[in-house]
Design a protein around this ligand. Sequence first.
Ligand code: GDP
Ligand code: MG
Length: 715
Amino acid sequence: MTKKYEIVLAGNPNSGKTSVFNALTGARQHVGNYPGVTVEQIVGSFKTGDCEIEVTDLPGTYSLTANSPEELIARNVIITEKPEVVVNIVDASNLERNLFLTLQFMELGVPMILVLNMIDNASDKGIKIDTERLGRLFGTRVVCTVGNRSEGINELKKIIGEVVREKDKHLSEKVTYSDELMLPILELSKILTDNNSIPEGYKADWLAIKLLEKDKEIIELFESLESGKEVLKKADVLIEKLENDVDEPSEIIVTEHRYGFISGTCREVVSATLQKRRDISEAIDSVVTHRIFGIPLFLGLMYVVFYLTFTIGDPFMNWIEAGFGWLGDFISSWWSAGSESSLKSLLVDGIIAGVGGVLVFLPNIAFLFLAIAILEGTGYMARVAFIMDRLMNKIGLHGKSFIPMLIGFGCSVPAIMSTRTLTLKRDRMTTMLVVPLMSCGARIPIYALIIPAFFAKRWEALVMFSIYIIGIITAIICAKLLRSTLFKGENEPFVMELPPYRIPTLKSVGIHMWGRTVVYLQKAGTLILAASVILWIMANYPKKDKLEKDYRVEIAKIEQSQLTTKQKELKIRDIKNEEMAERLSYTITGRIGHAIEPALKPMGFDWKIGTALIGAFPAKELFVSQMGIVFALGEIDEENPVALRDELPRHYNGLQAYCIMLFCLLSAPCIATIAITRRESNSWFWALFQLVGLTVLAYIVTTIVYQVGLLVQAF
Ligand code: GDP
Ligand code: MG
């Protein structure tokens, strides 16, 4: 028994559609008109296997907007008559231009076969197309034909037969654009779904794109719907926001993203052996995405960015620091000197020190975000993802994972937010979970404290470098592990958009930078504030009323003794340390520190380090001030922790110091990171998984390093 299937041929005018149509159907065709319009409708048929295929030759179009009757017919036939498959005829010698329509079929999410017609012309022009890769990128079967000579037609028939029998397997890949456009699409699509206002036969994502494109017909459709007015209102809000962000009409933005997607595709699959005329964008691309120069160029650029981040950020940083110092003094002045008021301590040692310690980095962070916003705005970041793709694929990650990792060197919070550009959940989750291993800016004060205290000048840079490298290598191993266990799955090829280069507008750069900076500010204002209060309470209560010794008497004794000033100073330090240890041991933090001490031993840590680690949980940089508290040095200047640097080597050795840095690098990220992971993964499970997983990892690695270090020292 023969089965009947209806398919359509679609493509640009002059792509050879009619030639392919004739080659497929021979004489079995008839010509009519589409109902109501004077657009010719040609229908024919052919047999393949036990299938009878009826083919309609759609009018040739360049796009599926509602701008001409041809375009409207083409898309309405596809939406309302739901052909089994759209056979998209493209002119292979003009791939870039022809794919513009192909992409719009993909947006529609219909089963599709891609026919690279005029492949003879393409060869003549020296164009080679990697059809296998193209097929995998688009999720479609690809056939090469020469329509006017019937070459490849039998294969096309065979493939049509296969596809119509199992059309669900041949739905083209979903098109995903970069964040800028994808986020509004997804938001609008969700509004449509939630509102239950998707007309019969349409798909939410496609309607969302069309609304953002201000498609006349779709707007009319919604105007005629009961719930449509509201949808249109919400769409307008999104359009306005998008246009504000990018500073261009939304329909242009959509088109630009389509071209970006196509450029990315062509860069992957087309290789031209003959010299062709280049436009400026291609000329720039040939340099920045160069196989050899691409990566060094990028690293150089990043070096400049990091360098500027610190040099430009520094003066501002000092102002902020001075500001908080002044605020602390001002508030202290409300009490008489030497007052032991708890409220004063809470305000000054707890809140101002905690929040101030985080806000100090605001200028660096803001500048880093500014630089990234500019690089993104020009279109350069998309190229970076492109050149990193191969490298990242080896780790089992997507090229786009590279950018969150890079931002992770600044701060994990915006880094995790930027994993949104990754469409596959497994890429996104893996990246999100390993990003905290990139040594963030908040760890720098820890290294700045420890390295000069324990290591000779000539080793300083190497020690610092080794910490960063250990972080990166651990991230690579973890990513590989996660991808082969929890987030299994083939590396799927992906089209990466190559957006046109443009000079970013001040407004759009400002918006991007501000958006990310605000998140950082919120972190300081909410989480860190709350955590500072809790930690302050934990480090001060319960208070021990009766101390074992009268330390003041002891200090007085030393001061009256015959020792040299230097000796006195050291003795007094020890006494103060002892007093602090006694006081701290009685508090909640101290008790936890003591309780976990046996577990910390294998890493070479004592309870004091344990206490400081707990104190540093809200934000890594707090470790420094916590160590200051533990060693009774009062307020520690993070920029210049000289006193603490002198003190630490009296208690620990270089191996222990290295292990502290290692543990701070690998262990549980700060509270803000956990909170953002929870928000972005929408699950407490993964947030806690990250927290526990990284802590366990840090424990294991640090223990190994410490134990091996001990062995080495023994020899
Ligand atoms: P349509 O506008 O898409 O229907 O395109 P036609 O089928 O009318 O073809 C346009 C022109 O391209 C005609 O002159 C065809 O002979 C020619 N043509 C069609 N397919 C091929 C092909 O594969 N190779 C070459 N070199 N020419 C082709
Ligand atoms: Mg024709």
